[in-house]
Design a protein around this ligand. Structure first.
Ligand code: ATP
Length: 320
């Protein structure tokens, strides 16, 4: 059984990371295990930016977006020397295992550190993109989708008043989960995701026809990995002649108080991760499948690509 563990958040921040950290820390302390908070992701391990945490250190954070530990993208950790130094610092502080909360990049780093040094690591998927293989859910995706819905509701009002096409650009370089989920929930007419190809001529002809039939407005949700909202809006306006406006949500999607789902699921995952690590498990990621907590192999999680649910793609086209 491990006596001292560390926890860090890495990569892009996501709402619910705090709930996960709180859960890891309190579960460890409840189990009589020391827990070190490592600040600013992998960088904190390299710079010895860490502190032993008490129960009270994670008070008043469950309702906050972001991460109280801070996060970073750290190039040095991507080298063998960097990871060796990280391992040496873990030994120096007596940290026997790590809970790593982050997206696929952070988990890939975790997998490499564990393979090279043998240090036990348990991962939690923390990213608004919901693009980690093996889990239906990643910490923060629900809050981000709800933030987008809020924007869609507001954009609908003004689009309808002016008979406009409104294009909303949302996050997702490689994954269309946020776009498709919020697009379906927001009733968007067109949802453009990086997993598919589009013929803008056909889309624009459809739009012109719909307007002739009396349609008052059209809402397009585009994931940033397809093209920028500006580019898509320009094409639509040029090809249809319909007054078109573009909104880019940007980093607003990362922030905000986490939803109930993100708080509860992150708390469940944090507890499972801490207990698993303390009991000697390693190289696993905890996630959800069909609303149940599941344990996934860490190497499988980082070496497989999650596919966008074809049911979502089908539904988005059927309901348009
Ligand atoms: P998000 O999905 O929100 O972008 P992420 O965890 O995928 O989060 P990345 O920037 O890809 O974000 O990764 C975060 C950090 O993890 C990197 O800055 C780097 O320190 C580490 N990392 C990423 N890929 C690797 C790798 N192949 N080997 C070692 N470390 C890595």
């Amino acid at each position: 059984m491990l006596k001292s563990i560390g926890v860090l958040t890495s990569g892009g921040d996501s709402p619910g990371m705090n709930a996960a950290v709180r859960s890891v820390v309190r579960t460890a302390i409840y189990s009589g295990v020391d827990v070190w908070g490592i600040y600013n992701g992998w960088r904190g391990l390299l710079d010895e930016d860490l502190k032993k945490l008490e129960r009270k250190d994670v008070g008043d954070i469950i309702q906050r977006g972001g991460t109280m530990l801070g996060t970073a993208r750290c190039k040095r950790f991507q080298t063998v020397e960097g990871r060796k130094l990280a391992y040496e610092h873990m030994q120096k502080y007596g940290i026997q295992g790590l809970v790593v909360i982050g997206g696929d990049g952070s988990l890939r780093g975790a997998s490499e550190l564990s393979a090279e040094s043998g240090v036990p690591i348990v991962g939690l998927p923390g990213t608004i993109d919901n693009d980690v293989w093996g889990t239906d859910y990643t910490i923060g995706c629900d809050t981000a989708a709800n933030t987008i819905i809020d924007a869609i509701n507001k954009l609908r009002d003004t689009a309808s008043a002016h008979r406009r096409v409104v294009v909303l650009e949302v996050m997702g370089h490689h994954s269309g989960w946020l776009a498709i989920t919020s697009g379906i929930a927001g009733g968007a007419e067109y949802i453009l995701v990086p997993e598919e190809e589009y013929d803008m001529d056909i889309i624009c002809d459809d739009m012109k026809y719909a307007y002739k039939q009396g349609k008052r407005y059209i809402l397009v949700v585009v994931a940033e990995g397809v093209a920028s909202g500006i580019e898509i809006g320009k094409i639509i306006e040029e090809k249809t002649g319909i007054d078109t406006r573009v909104s880019v949500l940007g980093h607003i999607q990362r922030g905000g108080s986490p939803t109930v789902q993100d708080r509860v699921k992150a708390s469940q995952l944090g507890e499972k991760a801490a207990l698993a690590l303390i009991s000697g498990m390693s190289d696993v990621v905890f996630g959800f499948q069909a609303d149940r907590v599941v344990c996934i192999n860490l190497h499988d999680a980082v070496n497989n690509k999650k596919q966008l649910d074809p049911e979502y793609l089908r539904l988005s086209k059927e309901l348009f």
